[in-house]
Design a binder for this molecule. Structure first.
Ligand SMILES: *Cc1c(COP(=O)(O)O)cnc(C)c1O
Length: 221
């Protein structure tokens, strides 16, 4: 396999200009992240809070750290002072805790709402109805330290390309509907985080603005 720097440069050269690359560095050492950094990459994604915090402490401070994994409410406080974007907000109670910790840190925390689009039960996320209920509530309106900047989803782990297309299309349609219903006056609501090493080309065809790529950059885990 080519080196980390070559992979970053090759993948970036294939992405449309409106699509951001999140380099998913989970389980990989800081030295690998430094190689990607030296090749110009500035956005990294991690899925465990403890690992995210120790890498934040060890690496250059102009890195934008994204939390992409399933997040437990009791861990939010450890990263609330620096995390740039939380992709996996999948419950109202988690969103409220993020708001509380952002307030303590005097920040506005950017988040994405995660939707369940895969046929697999194991994946997390809101249904459209659940998200609609939350976004319509007064309690949501009173959360002053969060900004919902878009949505995120994961397709089924399958070789069936048409199924992946269908699932990403569904996420895009959720985005369009939410934009119309709740965010029409908010330019900041613009991100669709979808696509990983195995399916990011399909995700881009279906309207992704953020691809989360790990193994194609850093090798298998
Ligand atoms: C691990 C992970 C990725 C990256 O997966 P690859 O297949 O290695 O590109 C993307 N998104 C989430 C949520 C992940 O946990």
């Amino acid at each position: 396999m080519a080196g980390v720097a070559e992979n970053i440069i090759r993948i970036k050269s294939t992405l449309p200009s409106n699509v951001n690359l999140i380099a998913v560095s989970k389980t990989k050492p800081a030295s690998d992240i430094q190689k990607a950094y030296d090749a110009g990459q500035r956005i990294f994604g991690e899925n465990k809070v403890q690992e995210l915090v120790s890498k934040y402490d060890a690496l250059p401070k102009d890195i934008e750290w994204h939390m992409i994994g399933h997040l437990q409410s009791n861990k939010v406080k450890y990263m609330a002072h620096f995390v740039s974007l939380i992709h996996g907000v999948d419950s109202f109670s988690l969103l409220k805790e993020i708001n509380k910790q952002a307030q303590k840190n005097n920040r506005i925390q950017n988040v994405l709402l995660q939707f369940h689009i895969a046929q697999e039960e194991t994946k997390f996320g809101f249904s459209y109805d659940e998200a609609e209920q939350m976004l319509s509530s007064n309690e949501y309106d009173n959360l002053e330290n969060i900004s919902v900047v878009g949505i995120m989803g994961m397709a089924s782990f399958t070789d069936n390309q048409s199924q992946i297309h269908t699932e990403f299309k569904m996420l895009k349609s959720y985005f369009d509907q939410l934009k119309k219903q709740f965010f029409s006056d908010k330019n900041s609501f613009k991100e669709i985080s979808m696509g990983m090493s195995g399916d990011y080309q399909i995700a881009i065809e279906e309207g992704s603005t953020m691809v989360r790529i790990g193994s194609s950059i850093f090798g298998g885990r």
